[in-house]
Design a protein around this ligand. Sequence first.
Ligand code: MF3
Ligand code: CO
Ligand code: CO
Length: 275
Amino acid sequence: MHASIPRPEYVDRREPARYTGTNIYTPDEIERIRNSGRIAAQAVEAVGAAIAPGVTTEQLDAIAHDFLIAHDAYPSTLGYRGFPKSSCTSINEVVCHGIPDDTVLVDGDIVNIDITAYVDGMHGDLNKTFTVGTVTPEVAALVEGTREALNRGIKAVAPGREVNVIGRAIESYARRFGYGVVRDFTGHGVGSAFHTGLIIPHYDSAPAFTDVMAVGMVFTIEPMLTLGTPESPGTIAWDQWPDDWTVTTLDKSVTAQFEHTLVVTERGADILTLP
Ligand code: MF3
Ligand code: CO
Ligand code: CO
């Protein structure tokens, strides 16, 4: 770890400081978030290129860590509420927040790589799900459907709309294929804080979540879809490992996720996490 790379305030603390700032950024700040987002996206690509049967998630995390450090970026997850690694690696039934370890990827797995880079005071956060070797047609369709669900959510972004339109677009697309939509993990405001407190649900949450999108507002959209039973209001369709991080579907059905950080523009959305 390069000692000279500036770290977010929460590193070596139990939890982050409460964020009281805005979710709306100036053009200069947006370019700084885009720079962080680009480095994070390039790190995801570097990890993706190494994904193959026989590789461990710890080896993938080392690629993420080394890439970020080489680009003078701090891996935002490292030391976030005690998270021990520079990426989240979530395999098959793991919904999110999997901790890289000595687990070996095998043919037919899917693995999500979630990386956030902190550079020049700004976080950029994205994830992608990759297939390992040859996956079943059903799993391949889930991965592509989840990628498209994120696109549908992004297309719903426009100034003047409530954020609940995003989840409406995602959920209505997911339902066509009978996919479940995870409710308890959401998109979030991001920028000078990793999670600002602004919440972006991936299901149709109206009449709740009425924050109105405005030009310059920055947040993530990061839908998690499952082959299992759709979650309904008030149900808890997930489970957690004793590590207090790894979230799985309750029925252990396969789940996929894609995430981008974006800024609201006059015309819609501009993705800030492209390589
Ligand atoms: N990057 C994840 C997100 O999309 C958050 C990971 S927090 C960690 O919000 F501590 F689990 F790494
Ligand atoms: Co995120
Ligand atoms: Co993320």
